[in-house]
Design a protein around this ligand. Structure first.
Ligand code: ACO
Length: 325
């Protein structure tokens, strides 16, 4: 019996040109390069000047279509994972889809699952492909977190950055086993009892403004160090993939200590853990697709490799995915 898988056929990434280094941050709040580097692994972050989310998304999406060697007219759905859309409504994905030149009538929508957003959106697109609702899907993770950052709060402002990453998925016939090419498993989780540990101080319905990111860093840290390895493990188990078979793990880039812990807990060696947090900081839904695309572009991650994704974010939400590229 034929088994539909979602194969990654294209990838793209983009970050705005303006860079704020840790020394720049030290000019804005009472902090230091030493504190930020040792606590988080972050050395710099990119921030938008005139660009908005759809500008970043469009650049990443265009690169993804190019590497996939397809046109926008081939897309059957566009999904954007973000917590920083251009406008409250309509969905930013719809604007991106029309800017790309998709066929009129092609569904497009945003997904809000914070730092887990890309894994959630990937799962959604994979489900649509496997159900036959789409053959080709564009999945983007993009954020302008600088717009919801309180630049006077040293607890948060040193952590975040702006950027976008994207993949193109296409239906591919597999055998239904762990040797198939494509997305082998996705696992999603949420627990609203942690709602207040990490959220914005405002929101459309509650306060009629977006607010700023506010968090209990220690609670987030404690939850992330357990939930991210657990989500990865759950997805690996579902996929039938062992730690020895994993070529790369791409953890959500929130903090170097959280990232390194994922590999250790899963018994996956440090060289297999993809890290780019130093250059970008935490770009929420964009970290995973940016890192995947960067490393595919430079040839580190190759066709055929088994890649595990894992993320955790506000909600709390968390999730994992296993892909054979
Ligand atoms: N520069 C200097 N000092 C700072 C800074 C800063 N930028 N930020 C906080 N501090 C101070 C605090 O005021 C506090 O001082 P106090 O003890 O006098 O009150 C002290 O540093 C806190 O130090 P630690 O407890 O050692 O900090 P910790 O090791 O917990 O690191 C951090 C803080 C980096 C925020 C950590 O808790 C963390 O990474 N948590 C995860 C949060 C996260 O990644 N959030 C991103 C969004 S969620 C996600 O993506 C999963």
């Amino acid at each position: 019996m034929k088994f539909i898988r979602s194969e990654v056929i294209g990838h793209g990434h983009y970050a705005p040109a303006k860079v704020l280094t840790n020394d720049d941050m030290a000019q804005m709040v009472e902090t230091s390069d030493e504190w930020i580097t040792t606590r988080t692994g972050i050395k710099a972050r990119h921030v938008v000047e005139d660009e908005i989310n759809s500008d970043l998304s469009l650049k990443a999406a265009q690169m993804a279509l190019k590497t996939a060697q397809i046109g926008a007219e081939d897309l059957d759905v566009v999904i954007l994972a973000t917590v920083t859309p251009d406008y409250t409504t309509p969905a930013t994905a719809i604007r991106i889809a029309s800017q790309l030149g998709v066929k009129p009538g092609t569904p497009a929508f945003d997904m809000s699952a914070a730092c887990s957003g890309f894994v959630y959106a990937l799962a959604m697109a994979d489900n649509m492909i496997r159900l036959g609702q789409a053959k080709t899907a564009l999945v983007i993770g993009a954020e302008t977190l600088s717009k919801i950052t309180d630049w006077t709060d040293r607890n948060t402002c040193v952590l975040f950055g702006d950027g976008a990453g994207a993949v193109v998925l296409r239906a591919h016939e597999g055998n239904g086993n762990s040797q198939d090419v494509g997305i082998l498993a996705t696992k999603l989780f949420a627990d609203g009892t942690h709602f207040d540990n990490l959220r914005t101080t405002g929101g459309v319905s509650a306060t009629q403004n977006a607010g700023f990111v506010s968090m209990d860093g220690k609670e987030v840290f404690k939850f992330a160090v357990n939930s991210m390895p657990e989500a990865a493990e759950a997805a690996m188990q579902e996929a039938g993939i062992t730690a020895q078979e994993v070529d790369w793990i791409i953890p959500h880039q929130a903090n170097i200590r959280i990232i390194e812990n994922v590999g250790k807990k899963l018994n996956i060696s440090d060289e297999k853990v993809i890290v780019n947090i130093a250059n970008y900081g935490n770009t929420s839904a964009a970290t995973i697709p940016m890192a995947l695309s960067e490393r595919m572009s430079d040839g580190t991650i190759k066709k055929g490799d088994v890649v595990v994704l894992t993320a955790m974010g506000a909600g709390f939400t968390w999730g994992g995915a296993v892909i054979r590229l």
